[in-house]
Design a protein around this ligand. Structure first.
Ligand SMILES: [Zn+2]
Length: 174
């Protein structure tokens, strides 16, 4: 799908924007990164990530259901690519699937120019929250496809700590 086609899917109704039947809001990336930074200052990075992961479970399930319905014939790997495309179209950065195996589940994803690039800098740890959202989504998506697994990931490179790109490695829990 091209960005132009993607944009056509947006519907504006009485001050609300809809995509695949779900309501969206568009916010400034710097606002989002700033909000994350504020949460981390108040409750710490681990707490923030735990909350976002938990909050992403339900949202992840909804997006997974919408994508599985929209693209019935796609294999899990292609659906995961479609999800990262959706994040790209949402302005979160340019992701690429570098390594993928379904069973056992193993995946490496890189992302250029993530939403926090230039806003969160000089960090000692990786900070991209959208990989946390991706975990929830991928678990939900594979559940829709009949694979019941849970994953962990490690962000191995991150622009927030000065790397050129962000990279995350995903694997299934034993
Ligand atoms: Zn990052």
């Amino acid at each position: 799908m091209k960005f132009e086609d993607h944009i056509k899917q947006f519907q504006l109704q009485r001050g609300a924007i809809y995509y695949a039947g779900r309501r969206l809001v568009i916010v400034e990336a710097e606002y989002l990164a700033g909000l994350q930074q504020k949460m981390e200052e108040i409750i710490g990075t681990d707490g923030t990530f735990a909350i976002i992961r938990d909050a992403s479970l339900e949202g992840g399930r909804r997006i997974a259901k919408a994508l599985v319905t929209m693209f019935k014939d796609l294999l899990p790997e292609e659906l995961i690519k479609a999800f990262f495309k959706l994040l790209e179209f949402g302005g979160f950065g340019l992701s690429e699937l570098k390594e993928f195996s379904l069973d056992p589940f193993k995946m490496t994803v890189t992302c250029e120019n993530t939403y926090l690039a230039g806003t969160i800098t000089g960090a000692s740890e990786p900070r991209c929250l959208f990989f946390t959202m991706a975990v929830a989504f991928i678990e939900a998506l594979l559940k829709e496809k009949g694979y019941d697994k849970e994953f962990t990931y490690e962000e191995t490179q991150c622009v927030a700590k000065g790397d050129n790109i962000c990279e995350s490695k995903f694997s299934q829990n034993d």
